[in-house]
Write a protein that binds this ligand. Structure first.
Ligand SMILES: Nc1ncnc2c1ncn2[C@@H]1O[C@H](COP(=O)(O)OP(=O)(O)OP(=O)(O)O)[C@@H](O)[C@H]1O
Ligand SMILES: [Mg+2]
Length: 165
């Protein structure tokens, strides 16, 4: 781990054994930023889905395999960027738009990108295959979430926890 001002970075081998380390790293910085437990969980889960995607999808037949996590924070927000050097993908192809579709299709994948979009405030992708594929996720300290959004977040979080049991 390295740190400069409010910037922190971690690079791990691309293996699910290291996901807990990344979760702890991000959760601790989110706490320092000032997020309460509920929001720390949202940030942590989003980063976990992004890193799980790297482990599951990024590197078939490509070496070296690693996951890079960069975190910055200031008085208003935390920004987490997860980067791989794998084959790349088109995030716009993620078809899941709502949870009814997900449950009606017997929970057949496609949850991760949707979850990140709903739990975080701003999400952007930058894809450069075999060089730098990144998902950048921002959460603001003071941003109101509507009751409808909170409900959808709750359903997504419960589903994500259930899958990782
Ligand atoms: N880092 C990545 N590298 C390569 N492909 C990716 C990456 N992240 C996502 N993808 C592609 O985007 C698709 C959608 O990702 P998403 O996380 O929404 O669903 P999933 O991983 O297939 O299923 P689930 O997250 O529900 O287990 C993946 O199936 C994969 O094809
Ligand atoms: Mg996924």
């Amino acid at each position: 781990m390295s740190a400069k001002a409010n910037k922190f970075s971690m690079v791990t081998p691309c293996d699910s054994r290291y996901l807990e380390l990344i979760r702890d790293f991000v959760a601790k910085i989110a706490k320092i930023t000032g997020f309460d437990e509920e929001h720390v969980n949202k940030i942590q889960l989003s980063v976990d889905e992004a890193c799980t995607n790297v482990v599951k999808h990024a590197y078939k037949g490509i070496d070296p395999k690693d996951i890079r996590v960069d975190v910055t924070f200031d008085q208003e927000k935390i920004t987490v960027t997860v980067t791989d050097r794998g084959k790349g993908f088109n995030p716009d192809k993620s078809k899941l738009k709502d949870m009814d579709t997900y449950f009606n299709k017997f929970r057949r994948g496609g949850l991760g990108i949707h979850l990140i979009k709903i739990l975080m405030d701003e999400v952007s992708y930058s894809i450069d295959p075999c060089r730098k594929n990144s998902v950048k996720m921002i959460k603001y300290l003071c941003k109101m979430e509507s009751p409808e959004k909170k409900k959808e977040q709750q359903i997504l979080m419960e589903e994500s926890y259930a899958r990782h049991k």
